[in-house]
Write a protein that binds this ligand. Structure first.
Ligand code: HEM
Ligand code: HEM
Length: 215
C-alpha cells in the first residue's frame, strides 16, 4: 500500500511507479554536498595558482590548504558515520552494471577524499620552502610529524613523490566527477527516475499546482 506521498511521487514520475523511494538521510546529504562543494572550490582555487603572485599567492595557498584539511576532517567523520549508518539500497531503476559502476566510483571518491588532502599535507610538510599551515588564518595546523625529521635527500624524495601523487589524484578526481555528474544527469533527464532526488529530496516533491506539462 503506497502512502499519499509515495502515490503523488509515483504520479509525477511514471518510471518510479514501482520504485520504493528511499532517500539518503539529511546527515549523509549534508556531508555529500558540503564535501562536494569544498572539493570543487579547491580545484577552482588550485587552477588560479599559476596566475597569482606576490602577497596574494601566500593567502591563496593558505585557503587551499585550509579547505583541503577541512575536507580531510569531514571525510574521516563521514566515513565513520557511513560505516555505522549504511546508505539506502540502490534505486530499483538501476541495472546491475549501473550499480557496479556506481559502487566503483563511490569507493574511489572515498579514497580520493582522504588521499588527496593527505598527499597535499605531506607535500606541504616536506617542502624545502616551508610555510606553516594556519587554518583560515586562525588555527595552527601541525605538519605530519616524522617528515620534518627525515634527512634532506629523503625529504626531497617525499616531496617529489607527494607532489606527483597530488597532481595525479587531482586528475583522477576530474574524471570521477565527470562520470558521476553525467550519471546523475542521465538519471534525472533521460531515465527520469528518482536517483538524483535521493540526494536532493525536494526534486521528488510533487508540485502543488498543475502546469502545462501535465496536459
Ligand atoms: C580537497 C582537497 C584538495 C584538492 C581537491 C586539491 C587540489 C589540487 C589541485 C587540482 C592542484 C593543482 C595540481 C596541478 O597543477 O595539476 C593542487 C596543488 C597543490 N595543493 Fe592541493 N588539493 C587538496 C588538498 C590540499 C591540501 C590539504 C594541501 C596542503 C595542506 C594542498 C596543497 C597543495 C599545494 C602546496 C599545491 C601546489 C603543488 C605544486 O604544484 O607544486 N592541497 N591541489
Ligand atoms: C566532488 C564532488 C562529489 C563527490 C566527491 C561525490 C561523492 C559521492 C559519494 C561518495 C556518494 C555515495 C553516497 C555517500 O556515501 O554519501 C555520492 C552519491 C551521489 N551523488 Fe555525488 N559526489 C560529488 C558531486 C556530485 C554532484 C555534482 C552530483 C549531481 C549533479 C552528485 C549526485 C549524487 C547522487 C544523485 C548520489 C546518490 C547515488 C545513489 O542513489 O546511490 N554528486 N556522491
Amino acid at each position: 500500500m503506497l502512502s499519499n506521498y509515495s502515490a503523488a511521487v509515483a504520479e509525477r514520475h511514471p518510471t518510479a511507479a514501482t520504485d520504493k523511494f528511499e532517500r539518503f538521510t539529511y546527515i549523509a546529504i549534508f556531508f555529500h554536498w558540503g564535501v562536494a562543494a569544498l572539493i570543487l572550490a579547491n580545484i577552482l582555487i588550485a587552477w588560479q595558482f599559476p596566475l597569482v603572485h606576490g602577497p596574494l599567492r601566500a593567502a591563496v595557498f593558505q585557503i587551499h590548504k585550509s579547505i583541503g584539511i577541512t575536507v580531510l576532517l569531514l571525510s574521516v567523520l563521514r566515513l565513520a558515520w557511513r560505516m555505522l549508518n549504511p546508505p539506502p539500497p540502490f534505486a530499483n531503476t538501476m541495472r546491475a552494471w549501473e550499480k557496479e559502476s556506481s559502487k566503483i566510483v563511490e569507493r574511489s571518491f572515498y579514497f580520493i577524499m582522504l588521499a588527496l588532502p593527505l598527499t597535499g599535507w605531506a607535500l606541504s610538510s616536506a617542502a624545502d620552502l616551508h610555510v606553516p599551515i594556519v587554518l583560515f588564518g586562525i588555527v595552527h595546523w601541525p605538519d605530519i610529524p616524522f617528515i620534518g625529521t627525515l634527512p634532506f635527500d629523503t625529504k626531497l624524495g617525499v616531496y617529489s613523490l607527494s607532489v606527483a601523487a597530488h597532481h595525479l589524484l587531482a586528475k583522477i578526481t576530474y574524471g570521477l566527477v565527470a562520470l558521476h555528474v553525467l550519471a546523475a544527469l542521465r538519471h534525472q533527464f533521460i531515465k527520469r527516475d528518482l536517483v538524483l532526488a535521493r540526494m536532493i529530496p525536494s526534486l521528488a516533491r510533487p508540485r502543488p499546482f498543475r502546469d502545462l506539462r501535465d496536459y
